[in-house]
Write a protein that binds this ligand. Sequence first.
Ligand SMILES: CC(C)(COP(=O)(O)OP(=O)(O)OC[C@H]1O[C@@H](n2cnc3c(N)ncnc32)[C@H](O)[C@@H]1OP(=O)(O)O)[C@@H](O)C(=O)NCCC(=O)NCCS
Length: 151
Amino acid sequence: MADEIEIKELSLEYYPEIVEIHRAIMKGKVSPSWMKSIKRHLREKDVGGYVALKDGKVAGIIIGQIQGPSFGLEKSGWVTVVEAHPQFMGSGVGRALVESIFQYFREKGVKDIHTAVKWDAVDMLSFFIAAGFGRSAFINLRIKLDDVIPD
Ligand SMILES: CC(C)(COP(=O)(O)OP(=O)(O)OC[C@H]1O[C@@H](n2cnc3c(N)ncnc32)[C@H](O)[C@@H]1OP(=O)(O)O)[C@@H](O)C(=O)NCCC(=O)NCCS
């Protein structure tokens, strides 16, 4: 089935369908800031993005960002968004998108690729493991400022 998937560079013409994918995944809850962030990504340098088309319809999206020097790494690639429309999940869309962003990073000379998943997002974890990801050298730390700086 993967041979029916067409990969295109992310552009504003796909914006309504991208929002639709996110809306379908989030069961209707799409924050305005998420929508703005997609448009912002399109303007930034060191950001690569692709959509996967199936039968001319946008079936998925991926965005990757180059960072560094940061986190003690000279240059690193970060997969920040990857989503497939529920209608197309499990049909190779995510795999095709991840391969396209790997290619983007490779062309930019970035070979150290990272991502993060929510601790209970087992589907995302399985997907990234299937794509070849493993544990990174980092642990994530977090603080809620309200807990340490009173209003
Ligand atoms: C995760 C996601 C991007 C994967 O895309 P997809 O098109 O369904 O995945 P693919 O069909 O390309 O599968 C690629 C590989 O990942 C594995 N995989 C994908 N989804 C999986 C799941 N839910 N559980 C286990 N493995 C999974 C597949 O088995 C496949 O492995 P293989 O190539 O070795 O057979 C997509 O399912 C998605 O968008 N999920 C919703 C994510 C979400 O809820 N996000 C919340 C907002 S952050």
